[in-house]
Design a protein around this ligand. Structure first.
Ligand code: NDP
Length: 280
């Protein structure tokens, strides 16, 4: 039976460390880290995510300002707000909550954020820095996964890490970070032939597909560490991309959904915002 990786507990412990860093910044340099969040429209999931981000900022002492804009806001207006925030001395991190309404380009908004304030780590400069191993903001979910692995004591050197999903926000960056820690990495996607044969080789298996419970217990290598990134609403249940009850019988450690990767994502956003203020 696998150990359950307590992402929520690890995230809360990190928040305490981050709160101390904020206190030190305020005391030593009179700088309070500030995060601006732009939310356009009424998407219920986005509203919940933004509320959770606001609460986490408050717990750690980061000041947050949420711009809740009506759905009819134009792209030009959002870009003008980003420009203004790029110039602001009080704002160290800028986040545009995705998805945006269809008439506003995600790409245009992400590109407009100054890389020094790109705390989501989605700007091409941040992505490029990650690729070549230079200092820059890491995207929050992949970064959170790496911290979870570190805090539960997984030594990645020489391990076979299998990642399922190749999105720009999870799959690809986490594969690069695993590679940075000297794992041998296989990146799978919807066209991977005989997926189970590949996932069964993973000493570490990271799944980010958005397909509810698509990884069954027999697709997991005995003793593997399983990181389930998926968050899927099925009826009134929240499930991951892995069949938790089956995989926990096979794996040595596994993240639950909810309470695994999700809380770490927000903590990494706060961490990036504090770093942005420290670099300032
Ligand atoms: P995307 O939809 O952008 O990407 C999904 C990836 O999964 C694609 O690369 C796709 O392959 C691959 N895929 C889909 N179906 C299969 C399949 N049957 N076999 C193998 N691969 C498949 O999703 P995201 O990366 O944005 O998100 C993934 C999940 O993680 C979602 O459930 C999302 O809600 C969750 N998530 C959770 C976060 C958290 O904080 N906990 C943060 C971000 C995401 P292809 O490229 O070939 O289409």
């Amino acid at each position: 039976m696998a150990d359950i990786i307590d992402g929520k507990g690890i995230a809360r412990a990190m928040e305490k460390e981050l709160a101390e860093q904020v206190e030190a910044l305020v005391k030593d340099r009179d700088v309070r880290p500030g995060l601006a969040v732009i939310l356009v429209g009424e998407d219920p999931a986005s509203k919940t995510y933004v509320r959770n981000k606001e609460r986490a900022c408050k717990r750690v002492g980061v000041s947050s300002k949420v711009y809740r804009l009506p759905v009819e806001t134009t792209e030009k207006e959002v870009l003008a707000l980003i420009d203004e925030l790029n110039e602001s001395q009080e704002i160290h991190g800028i986040l545009v909550q995705l998805p945006l309404p269809p008439h506003i380009s995600d790409k245009a908004c992400i590109h407009a954020i100054e890389p020094e304030k790109d705390v989501d780590g989605f700007h091409p400069i941040s992505a490029g820095n990650l690729l070549i191993g230079e200092k820059g903001f890491l995207p929050c979910t992949p970064h959170g996964i790496m911290v979870l692995l570190e805090r539960v004591g997984v030594d990645l050197k020489g391990k076979h890490a299998v990642v399922v999903g190749r999105s720009n926000i999870v799959g690809k960056p986490v594969a690069l970070l695993l590679l940075r820690q000297h794992a041998t990495v296989t990146l799978c996607h919807s066209r991977t032939a005989d997926l189970g044969a590949v996932t069964r080789q993973g000493d570490v298996l990271v799944v980010a597909t958005g397909r509810p419970e698509m990884i069954s217990g027999d697709m997991v290598k005995p003793g593997a560490v399983v990181i389930d990134v998926g968050v899927n609403k099925v009826g009134d249940r929240l499930v991951g991309d892995v069949v938790f009850d089956e995989a926990k019988e096979v794996a040595s450690a596994i993240t639950p959904v909810p309470g695994g990767v999700g809380p770490m994502t927000i903590t990494m956003l706060i961490k990036n915002t504090i770093e942005a203020a420290q670099w300032n």
